[in-house]
Design a protein around this ligand. Sequence first.
Ligand code: XMP
Length: 319
Amino acid sequence: DWTMAEFRKTKIAEIREQVGTGRVICGLSGGVDSAVAAVLIHEAVGDQLTCVYVDHGLMRQGETEQVVSLFRNSYNIPLVAVDAEETFLAGLKGVTDPEKKRKFIGGAFIDLFEAEAKKVGGADFLAQGTLYPDVIESVSFTGGPSVTIKSHHNVGGLPERMNMKLVEPLRELFKDEVRDLGRELGLPEAFVGRHPFPGPGLAIRIPGEVTKERCDILRKADAIYLEEIRNAGLYDAIWQAFAVLLPVKTVGVMGDGRTYDSVCGLRAVTSTDGMTADVYPFDAAFLTQVATRIVNEVKGINRVVYDYTSKPPGTIEWE
Ligand code: XMP
């Protein structure tokens, strides 16, 4: 793609100009945006860049391993990975309000990131994979004047606190363009094509209290759902698909026994920027197959429902 080849060249020159001989630190979230930003910046300033990945334990199945291996093995980009699952789960104990979950996770993430940044000797610049829709949505919301509907998870406040300047090479791009840029930079298709994933991770897909046990149950259901979507060849036609684990128990029967377990909700939407979304119209046989597999294979779930709400009036996430 000639446009992205041009963009790449221009941005690399801009990054070099901005950064000079300074040191850059980049927080990887595990998602496409921060990964593309990091690879681009690494191409521009090489080992002046250090990446930090704080694993909050709220990732999908296999995701952490994939990110760590991509950076260390495929790109040879220095990466500090911190396993902070226990810290996050301890802090989320008893927290049920969605915004409180976000605030805690965002705050703990910043604290851990800052501690790691200090350990590697600090930096002059903080790199972020901020996209154009993030810039817009954090300023205002289509529903009213400057109302924060959901406080998005980023490292806001940190640059001032640590006296760092921001490097945000993706600020003009939409998601599909970031994917094109990722391909241009040689990132594997399976990574570049990945559905967006929110910073607070599975915590906002578990309404009610988040526990290790509930995260594990959700990871299993979500992996089955995504596997079926991939096998059906539907993954790339969908903007985001995921399972949520509801704090509701219902009665079921399995074999000779009565069960009393959690409900799993399935969500799949099409969208171009996440600001509006339409429900993905799976056929009934597909949903039945997914529901059957989840109930049979995941202990703790005995009922599956499909979310038919578009955005607006619904949001994509359930919290
Ligand atoms: P909603 O649920 O607001 O989601 O329709 C729109 C897009 O934003 C993602 N999202 C988040 N991303 N931190 C993030 O980094 C968050 O707190 C957050 N909440 C929602 C969501 O996955 C969708 O792509």
